[in-house]
Design a protein around this ligand. Structure first.
Ligand code: 3PG
Ligand code: MG
Length: 398
């Protein structure tokens, strides 16, 4: 790949400006999922081990260019110190004399965290002057924020042009995993796409039918495809106005040799509730009062059979209403099959997207996947075949 890594840089005694994504969920001041923080720890450790001084740049939430105390990165310092097992200093701005002084005074073995980049309205405008202010704090730029790489912001894009630039360990791992799943995958390759709406995943579906051998469609969006095939879906979530679009996708996939897999049987309830009374029916027999909440056992058998023939699976979106038991059954069963095959060395399995990761964690399968992305939007845009500005800037710098 065309970008440099930490191994290509001379880090000894250097201030290394590391763009990280520590946009983690917080409830009442407590970090409820520290995955993103744990996943950047190797980058910080490797920089420290090479004699470099990590200075972390990050956004937090969407403060809209204003200083908002509830979105201060200061509150993450204790969690970062635990993850890095070292002192983390904090500077109350990401540019300016205070930050410059803190960067200058940073001691070997210690880390400096800069305040939320989005407290400056210029950040999300990819403003070069703000990037120049950031560049004064470091000798080397390292982008480890794959999950923010779909944003062309000062700290993710413009800054990469101002300093010698490289990818961090997490960025490297994310890009390598995606390349193995969709760039140069071992075939056959199967994509699993779920979630509520066809309209938000149109570009994704259009790109995938050109790249994969099997496309498994689940979740609410599968209902729209059932409608396109002339089936009634009762009170199910479905975008009926997207039915012609769905029909065109089916037709185009056919011409491209991509097989689209839709549910052949469905789990139907009358209420969107955990343990709502439900029945399994053929896909074309949803009653008028019914709501499709999951794919049925025959559909799962077909999906696992297709996994059995595949060498690569890339997964975005749950197959059913996974947050309500027992309508997580199809997602769980398919995920466990992918995990077992991965464990047996038969499959490369890569998954990403907020809901997807939550669903795979709940199924207990996530730990056995080849790779679980930390990214939501960026993972989706990458799967859509889009160029991610943060990655493109690294490639140009390389
Ligand atoms: C995320 O959490 O998806 C990333 O940190 C990007 O955040 P954003 O969607 O606010 O740009
Ligand atoms: Mg997002």
């Amino acid at each position: 790949m065309a970008w440099k890594t930490l191994d290509d840089m001379d880090l000894n005694g250097k201030r290394v400006l590391v763009r990280v994504d520590i946009n983690v969920p917080i409830v009442d001041g407590v970090v409820t999922d520290s995955t993103r923080i744990r996943r950047i720890a190797p980058t910080v450790r490797d920089i420290l081990a090479a004699g470099g001084k990590p200075i972390l740049l990050a956004h937090f939430g969407r403060p809209g260019g204003e200083r908002r105390e509830n979105l201060s990165l200061n509150q993450l310092v204790p969690t970062l110190e635990r993850a890095f097992e070292t002192k983390v200093h904090f500077a109350a701005d990401c540019v300016g004399t205070g930050a410059e002084l803190a960067a200058e005074q940073l001691q070997p073995g210690e880390v400096l965290l800069l305040e939320n980049t989005r407290f400056h309205a210029a950040e999300t405008k990819n403003d070069p002057d703000l990037a120049a202010g950031m560049a004064r704090l470091g000798d080397v730029y390292c982008n480890d924020a794959f999950s923010a790489a779909h944003r062309a912001h000062s700290s993710t894009e413009a800054l990469a042009r101002l300093l010698p630039a490289c990818a961090g360990r997490l960025m490297q791992a994310e890009l390598e995993a995606l390349e193995s799943a969709l760039g140069q995958p071992e075939r056959p390759v199967t994509a699993v796409v779920g979630g509520a709406k066809v309209s938000t995943k149109l570009e994704l579906l259009s790109n995938l039918i050109e790249k994969v051998d099997y496309l498994v469609i689940g979740g609410g969006m599968a209902n729209t495809f059932l409608v396109a095939k002339g089936m009634g879906v009762g009170k199910s979530l479905a975008e009926r106005i997207m039915k012609d679009t769905a029909a065109k996708i089916i037709e185009k996939a056919d011409g491209l040799g991509c097989q689209i897999i839709l549910p052949t049987d469905i789990v139907v309830a009358e209420k969107f509730e955990s343990h709502a009374p439900h029945q399994v029916l053929p896909a074309d027999q949803c009653p008028e009062e019914g709501m499709i909440l999951d794919a049925g056992p025959d559909s799962v058998a077909r999906i696992t059979e297709i996994f059995g023939q595949s060498k690569t699976v890339i997964w975005n979106g749950p197959l059913g209403a996974f947050e309500l038991e027992p309508f997580d059954a199809a997602t769980n069963a398919a995920a466990l099959k992918a995990a077992a095959m991965t464990n047996a060395g038969q499959l490369t399995s890569v998954a990403g997207g907020g809901d997807t990761v939550a669903a795979l964690n709940a199924s207990g399968a996530a730990g056995d996947f080849s790779y679980i992305s930390t990214a939501g939007g960026a993972f989706l845009e990458w799967m859509e075949g889009k160029t991610l500005p943060g990655v493109a800037a690294l490639e140009e710098a390389g």
